[in-house]
Design a protein around this ligand. Structure first.
Ligand code: NDP
Ligand code: MG
Length: 392
């Protein structure tokens, strides 16, 4: 394999730093061409020097001088602002883009990368949830690959290798159940951000950790799977598997089911996407039956964890509904983390916002952006007027 030159968008986050660990383990396979972050200037500077990046972009323009002064002696080019990220994605020297930003902010760069015919390893699930139709169409028009990074979708992708002639009958996404698995609505009423941030199996950024606690993460993943694998909503199921060893399963026409297994460590799916189609040696611990004797499964409790049920309906409704759901959820999660709303208010807010948003299909990027802005506004208004009444 020629050295693959990577653009890492969101390098300072949980996925970004783990991707750099993978790259550090395989210096003959990868080099770092571009690093981007939003606000963590000090870590971005360290990463750029350590990996000898050609170019970096810091999102917040007021941090430009700090980053530029530190990297000038290292001959590393520095830019600032979202527009610069988009411009850098045209660089000839980029072979693959890892989209590891969080939230709606990742959508534009993903589209831009695909328009520049750069294969995209996509961790940023919100982009696919919001505009999966646009993204997959642009990828097809440009004959450019989208490689899943999310562990469940990487599992599905790994299961379908060599099955070109065999359509998927069903995809079964596994869910850990999060920190509140087995709890009832009454219990959830009082949970704090600190409690919700304690994920039993995975160490991740704050937003996705809260999404895992509400099961919105699994809801987003339903929609992500729909677009990545061209599935109908009824072909995608969710099963709770608390040990997070089986990362997802695919059922084929003959009823045979393939599963992909491994310890819950994002470095494996990240590495698979970066090196695809090659498998590289691991720089991480592998699965051991002696330490993981029991693998169990149960159905999700969608009455208590309403976000999953809402997301399923939204997936069926399609159009701009997933975009509105995502925006309302981003605002609700931020509100919960800021102690402005309670845990059970998250699904209530998302549903209230969906009830208010004007439904549209066949949206352009600008229309998705408009829906995103409206949904954020509506959700913020509801929070500020304290008109949420969560059913207990
Ligand atoms: P983090 O919050 O840890 O990191 C987010 C990254 O995006 C940081 O580099 C951050 O920069 C940057 N960023 C944040 N906001 C903006 C913005 N407005 N513009 C540009 N850059 C921005 O998130 P995670 O790494 O946990 O998650 C990244 C994505 O991957 C999410 O979509 C998540 O759902 C998905 N994912 C994550 C998994 C995980 O294990 N963490 C597993 C599967 C999917 P800065 O630090 O400078 O602010
Ligand atoms: Mg996942």
């Amino acid at each position: 394999m020629m050295k693959r030159r990577i653009a890492l968008l969101g390098s300072t986050g949980s996925i970004g730093t783990q991707a750099l660990e993978v790259i550090a383990t395989h210096p003959d396979d990868f080099s770092v061409e571009l690093l981007t972050a939003n606000s963590n200037a000090s870590l971005l500077i360290k990463q750029a020097i350590r990996f000898n990046a050609a170019t970096v972009v810091i999102g917040r323009k007021e941090l430009f001088n700090e980053v530029n002064n530190a990297l000038l002696p290292h001959h590393i080019k520095v830019f600032a602002g979202e527009e610069s990220v988009l411009q850098c994605l045209a660089m000839e020297s980029i072979d693959l883009v890892l989209a590891a930003m969080v939230g709606f902010a990742g959508l534009k760069p993903v589209i831009e990368a695909l328009k520049n015919k750069k294969p995209v390893a996509i961790a940023n699930k919100e982009a696919l949830v919001v505009a999966g139709d646009l993204i997959t169409r642009i990828a097809a028009e440009n004959k450019t690959a989208i490689l899943p990074v999310d562990s469940e979708h990487s599992a599905v992708f790994q299961c379908i290798q060599g099955e070109l002639l065999n359509p998927i009958r069903k995809v079964i996404l596994t869910a850990s159940g999060g920190p509140f698995r087995g709890k009832d609505k009454k219990f959830l009423e009082g949970v704090t951000p600190h409690q919700a941030l304690q994920h039993p199996n995975w160490s991740m950024g704050a937003k996705i950790t809260i999404d895992s606690a509400t099961l919105m993460n699994k809801g987003l993943e339903l929609i992500e799977a729909k677009w990545l694998f061209g599935l109908k909503p009824e072909q995608i199921e969710v099963i709770v598997h608390p040990q997070s060893i089986i990362h997802s399963m695919v059922e084929f026409e003959d009823g045979s089911m393939k599963a992909q297994m491994g310890l819950p460590d994002m470095k494996l799916p990240i590495q698979y996407a970066l090196a695809y189609p090659k498998r590289l040696s691991p720089g991480f611990t592998n699965f051991n039956f002696a330490l993981n004797k029991n693998l169990t499964f149960e159905y999700p409790d969608e009455e208590t964890f309403r976000c999953l049920a809402i997301a399923r309906q939204v997936m069926i409704k399609a159009g701009n509904a997933p975009c509105a759901m995502n925006a309302a959820n981003e605002i609700a999660v931020a509100g919960f983390l800021n102690n402005e709303i309670r845990f059970n208010d998250i699904p209530t807010l998302v549903q209230l916002c969906l009830d208010k948003i004007e439904f549209k299909t066949g949206c352009t990027f600008e229309e998705y952006q408009q829906t995103d802005e409206q949904a954020r506004h509506i959700t913020r208004e509801i929070i500020s007027h304290k008109t949420i009444t969560s059913p207990v």
